[in-house]
Design a protein around this ligand. Structure first.
Ligand SMILES: Cc1cc2nc3c(=O)[nH]c(=O)nc-3n(C[C@H](O)[C@H](O)[C@H](O)COP(=O)(O)OP(=O)(O)OC[C@H]3O[C@@H](n4cnc5c(N)ncnc54)[C@H](O)[C@@H]3O)c2cc1C
Length: 599
């Protein structure tokens, strides 16, 4: 038996990346090529495989660690002789292609219809791919198991959460007006009406998508699709509100397929089945107004839902395994949110795990372990599980088409959104982090353009690629927290030389007029000799931060520096002006903050 140190291979264009998942533990038997950890940069998440088969002796990394090429992941007792680290893992906007694909099947039956492109999944990725492909002149079918298009985002994600967060923000603002001399009575919440409002918002958008599919002559097939081989998809037709199968099937033949089957909420296996334990979809159902609510997982989705329930009257506890809430954002941004939101929480339990839960008539009793754990089990009226989402790659017959899928269910793709099979493309949550709707839409356009280029012989379209420098993230909490590109934490971990321009909203006329001057805007510039002082990152905390972060993303894509941004005339008085002023601060020309002391 040899003791082998398994290292991180060449991970492409990244110096250091964070460990977001450890997939094995000491004592586990692992196969060669089995995924050991998942790492994530601002652009890609990738699973790092084992170079050898053997038994894990000692783990050398933990969640939150930063690793680079050569970092030791674990030691392994192996019957094999030590060999060089595994082949480089390509950095793509997706999980890296480490999964081994089965040989494809060959379907020999008949088909009901033939298309240039079939798109599997009608979420923001899927409908955008289908519409773009149709606009480029291809014959397209879009397969969706539910009755409405729009996927998670429109039906049970981005849009319904924002409809409720808007109501919560207005309620909070109205209550603050009392300090300014305008007092309202206590709000009376009618949950039926609130649910109806949310449903109306969702219906307007999903109805719009159905109409746009018709206008583009995209055939929408309602059913559950599974691949039969690299050119055929079987659809088990569905009906009703959920995914009840009618018993009928259709077989669609295609020249190309775009897999856009998305993801679903992770369910903690030890939590009992009980109506008072919900995922984000259940929480959006607003079945009750809990007095005491636990959020398991301190990420964006959990904290957004917590904001809604807290404004409706719930006291919150949050439990998070990592040392911080809203992992990924710089701490200074999160600190502002945390200070403002402290009154909503009874307990913020960091470095703490939920270990068990018992459903009793008076509530769900939950036990915790770790740094912030109370000694006794705690009682909750509602428990929200918001511990992440898992891709649907293992549920679509990918093996029949010979498409590689990772252990976790991601479908690896290159920057043109191609899988390992030439006729099969994949996009959206299915292909990797960050699981965000705007990433899915951009990937969708790339896949549709590459396919149209190939099928119509358009060389320019065929070169389309997902080469965005940055993908912004937003927590639509109150205040909002938005960030894009390199963060200060990233820069520190990677040893990047940076300069910072920070404009405090206490100096913003508009923020003061709005009585919301707790926030700030910060820009991060490349201060390396070859960096040209270009902006490479930015963060905003404050009201409407999410509406403004796009400007910083644009500046990064355009390679703007502090002068470009500072000399762009922003309208006064606006919150957006704070971006120009942060650039002026970096440049030393801002006259809205105290002068920099000369030595
Ligand atoms: C509560 C919540 C809030 C969110 N808020 C935001 C936000 O503010 N901003 C943001 O950018 N992102 C947000 N997200 C994430 C966002 O919703 C996803 O990143 C986005 O929906 C991914 O799009 P997609 O097209 O890849 O997949 P999905 O939206 O998951 O769509 C996949 C579709 O495929 C269908 N499907 C799957 N398998 C099959 C099959 N075999 N046959 C037929 N159909 C199938 C599914 O029914 C679904 O409609 C949020 C998510 C949640 C849960």
């Amino acid at each position: 038996m040899a003791l082998i140190e398994v290292q991180v291979p060449d991970i492409g264009d990244f110096d250091e990346v964070g460990v977001i998942e450890v997939l094995v533990k000491a004592g586990d038997s692992v196969k060669a090529e089995q995924s050991l950890i998942t790492v994530e940069s601002d652009k890609a998440s990738m699973e790092i495989p084992s170079s050898h088969a053997g038994v894990v002796k000692e783990l050398r990394v933990k969640l939150g660690d930063k690793v680079a090429k050569g970092s030791v992941i674990l030691s392994l007792e192996s019957a094999e002789a030590a060999a060089p680290a595994p082949a480089p893992v390509a950095a793509a906007p997706a999980a890296a292609p480490v999964a081994v694909a089965a040989p494809a099947a060959q379907y020999s039956g008949s088909s009901d219809a033939e298309y240039d492109v079939v798109v599997l999944g009608g979420g923001p990725g899927g409908y955008s791919a289908a519409f773009r492909a149709a606009d480029l002149g291809l014959k397209v079918a879009l397969v969706e198991r539910y009755s409405t298009l729009g996927g998670v985002c429109l039906n049970v994600g981005c849009i319904p959460t924002k409809a409720l967060l808007h109501v919560a923000a207005v309620m909070d603002e109205a209550s603050h007006l009392a300090d300014l001399g305008v007092a309202f009575g206590a709000p009376v919440v009618d949950l039926d009406k609130l649910r109806a409002h949310k449903a109306k918002v969702v219906g307007k958008l999903t109805g719009g998508l159905a109409a746009m599919a018709k206008m583009r002559k995209v055939t929408v097939v309602r059913g559950y699709g599974t691949l039969l081989d690299p050119q055929h998809l079987q659809v088990e037709l569905t009906e009703g509100e959920a995914q009840a199968k009618t018993g009928a099937t259709q077989t669609l033949a295609f020249k190309r397929i775009i897999l856009a089957a998305g993801s679903q909420a992770v369910r903690l296996p030890f939590l009992p089945q009980d109506d008072r334990i919900v995922d984000s979809t259940g929480a959006l159902g607003l079945a009750s107004k809990p007095e005491k609510m636990l959020i398991v997982g301190g990420g964006i989705i959990g904290l957004e839902m917590g904001t809604v329930y807290s404004t409706l009257g719930a006291r919150l506890d949050v439990v998070e395994m990592l040392p911080t809430l809203m992992t990924g954002a710089d701490r200074d941004l999160v600190k502002v949110w945390q200070k403002m939101n402290a009154p909503r929480f009874d307990r913020i339990m960091l470095n703490t795990k939920t270990v068990s839960a018992e459903a009793k008539p008076d509530g769900i009793w939950v036990k915790f372990e770790g740094e912030g754990a109370p000694t006794e089990p705690q009682r909750y009226d509602l428990v929200l599980q918001a511990v992440g989402r898992t891709p649907n790659g293992k549920k679509i017959g990918a093996d029949k088409a010979g498409v590689a899928v990772t252990d976790r269910g991601f479908v690896p793709v290159d920057i043109q959104m191609r899988t390992n099979v030439p006729s099969v493309f994949a996009i959206g949550d299915l292909v990797g982090q960050p699981m965000l709707a705007h990433k899915a839409v951009h990937e969708a356009h790339v896949a549709a353009e590459v396919i149209a280029g190939e099928l119509l012989g358009d060389a320019k379209l065929a070169k389309s690629a997902f080469n965005a420098r940055v993908i912004p993230s937003v927590a639509y909490t109150d205040p909002e927290v938005a960030w894009v590109g390199v963060t200060e934490d990233d820069a520190k971990a990677r040893g990047l030389k940076i300069e910072k321009g920070l404009f405090p909203w206490t100096a913003s006329g508009r923020a003061i007029a709005n009585t919301r001057d707790e926030g700030f805007t910060k820009l991060i510039f490349d201060a390396s000799p070859e960096g040209g002082h270009r902006v490479i990152g930015g963060g905003i905390v404050g009201t409407h931060a999410g509406d403004m972060i796009g400007e910083i993303a644009l500046a990064i894509e355009m390679g703007a520096d502090a002068v470009d941004i500072g000399k762009t005339i922003h309208p006064h008085p606006t919150l957006g002006e704070s971006i120009g002023m942060a650039a002026e601060v970096a440049h030393g020309s801002c006259t809205d903050v105290p002068p920099v002391k000369k030595r």
